[in-house]
Design a protein around this ligand. Structure first.
Ligand code: HEM
Length: 449
């Protein structure tokens, strides 16, 4: 163990972040599957109830998103942007703070010590090391990119904006600890939802920057990250980050125009990202597609999921439909459809690209077959998962509005969809394992060299 820790200290820190990211992903999907089984089998693992497995699931998958995006940024800046990191020590501090705080948070959930809210259900004091680690990350990032002369490619703007806004909105999501916010329900809910909406916007900035970077690298064409369309996408993303949360605050009395405008911006952002990926895919040579087969497949899949999420977002933005859908499983489909279909696909593309690049390990034919098999298993089951949640949500929404059945009866009505959702979730778990295990093995080989 000690030998491994010493070796890690000498290796590329980006890949160490990716290792922890993949482990979080596996753990997160495991607890997601457990929570889903608890939905459909009453009393399943009673001594480890849903109120513990759900936050474990959500915290671990959110960690996957951040860790894999951060790992990419630490590697891509010096390796491909010709920007050696301002400090090579700070990323290592960042890693250890993340790991130790993460272990304490998981421990708190396991022993049932809560006290926080939504994505951060752990005791609020643990937010302090998280803020410190982001300050280290932000300081290092801006000191590094400040040396870049000439025009910045769009992903440098996106990453910087994501880092700054995460720090800001993360602190904002803790304003409830002050009585001025907590003691006024409208103020409390408004600030809370505003912060969480913008938080998702900030991690989207990290992820969208990553996909534009990858497309530029794979094609070997720097114009993608300097095009007008990419900058339009950045400004829309920024507007979405600043105002897009407005469509989350259903429960707060606001002018409908504000909510509809926010919907409109978030959808235009997705349309443009979808278009950029589509243009890239059409302009790529067969040789490049073949050489970067696995990252290519994941990026193309994310484009498909952008379209699916757009259709869903368009549908639920219609006020007459929104009455049925809000607070049902359709909201969960929207959350997981985008975090798995768009974010996870892009971050898997980046992880596979980065692992092969750092370890100089060409995936063998068998490994390629296993990961490609995992890719298909993941996408096929995700489609079933997404549809099952949509049907469960639509039926539940209609039954609630009809107001003829009680909650228990409604849940019984939708239980076949929830069973399908759970089975598909187990399929997703298998798909993720098929992708993650060969990747982790490759990282281990590299770390132990
Ligand atoms: C990469 C994979 C995954 C990601 C990124 C992900 C993400 C999320 C997120 C962000 C939420 C919170 C939704 C919200 O409250 O806004 C959530 C909830 C949940 N997820 Fe996942 N998820 C993943 C895989 C899975 C799998 C495979 C299952 C298994 C069936 C699952 C089951 C659940 C359940 C049961 C909830 C709670 C829903 C509720 O409270 O109504 N997730 N997930």
């Amino acid at each position: 163990m000690m030998a491994l820790l010493v070796k890690i200290e000498r290796k590329e820190i980006g890949i160490v972040f990716i290792l922890l990211a993949l482990l979080s992903l596996i753990g997160g999907v495991f607890f997601g599957s457990l929570s889903a089984l608890q939905f459909i089998i009453p009393g399943f693992m009673n001594d480890f109830p849903f109120f513990k497995s759900r936050p474990l699931h959500v915290s671990l998958v959110v960690s996957w998103i951040f860790l894999s995006a951060i790992g990419g940024i630490y590697y891509y800046l010096p390796r491909y942007c010709k920007l050696p990191l301002f400090s090579n020590k700070l990323p290592r501090f960042h890693f250890w703070i993340f790991l130790f705080t993460g272990i304490v948070i998981l421990g708190c959930y396991i022993i049932g010590k809560f006290g926080g809210r939504k994505y951060w259900e752990f005791p609020p004091i643990l937010a302090v090391p998280i803020v410190i680690s982001w300050i280290l990350f932000g300081f290092n990032y801006f000191k590094t990119v400040a040396r870049k002369v000439g025009e910045w490619p769009v992903y440098l703007w996106m990453w910087g904006t994501g880092i700054l806004f995460f720090l800001f909105t993360f602190c904002e999501s803790y304003l409830w600890i002050f009585p001025y916010f907590r003691d006024n329900i409208v103020r409390d809910i408004t600030v809370q939802w505003k912060a969480y909406g913008a938080l998702v916007g900030s991690w989207n900035m990290l992820v969208y920057g990553t996909v534009i970077f990858l497309m530029e690298r794979i094609k070997g064409d720097e114009s993608i990250a300097r095009s007008r369309l990419s900058f339009l996408m950045y400004f829309l993303g920024l507007t979405n980050l600043l105002f897009g949360w407005a469509h989350h605050i259903y429960v707060v009395p606001t002018n409908p125009f504000i909510r509809n405008f926010a919907y409109f911006i978030s959808m235009t952002e997705l349309i443009i990202l979808g278009r950029i990926i589509w243009n890239w895919k059409s302009s790529l040579t067969a040789a490049k597609k073949d050489f970067y087969l696995i990252p290519y497949k994941f990026i193309v899949a994310s484009d498909f999921w952008i379209l699916a999420n757009l259709i869903l977002a368009l549908t639920i933005s219609v006020p007459a439909i929104n009455i049925f859908t809000h607070g049902t499983h359709i909201t969960v489909a929207h959350a997981m459809g985008s975090t798995i279909g768009i974010n996870t696909m892009i971050l898997l593309a980046s992880s596979v690209f980065l692992i092969a690049d750092i370890s100089k390990h060409e995936y063998s034919l068998t490994e390629k077959k296993i990961i490609t098999g995992g890719f298909w298993v993941l996408n096929i089951f995700l489609t079933i998962f997404f549809l099952a949640l949509l049907f469960a949500g639509a039926e539940k929404g209609m039954l609630i509005v009809e107001d003829k059945l009680n909650f228990q009866e409604i849940m019984q009505h939708i239980s076949p969809y929830l069973t399908l959702f759970t089975l598909a979730g187990l399929g997703i778990f298998v798909g993720i394992l098929l992708i993650a295990i060969p990747s982790i093995k490759t990282i281990n080989k590299y770390l132990l060299q």
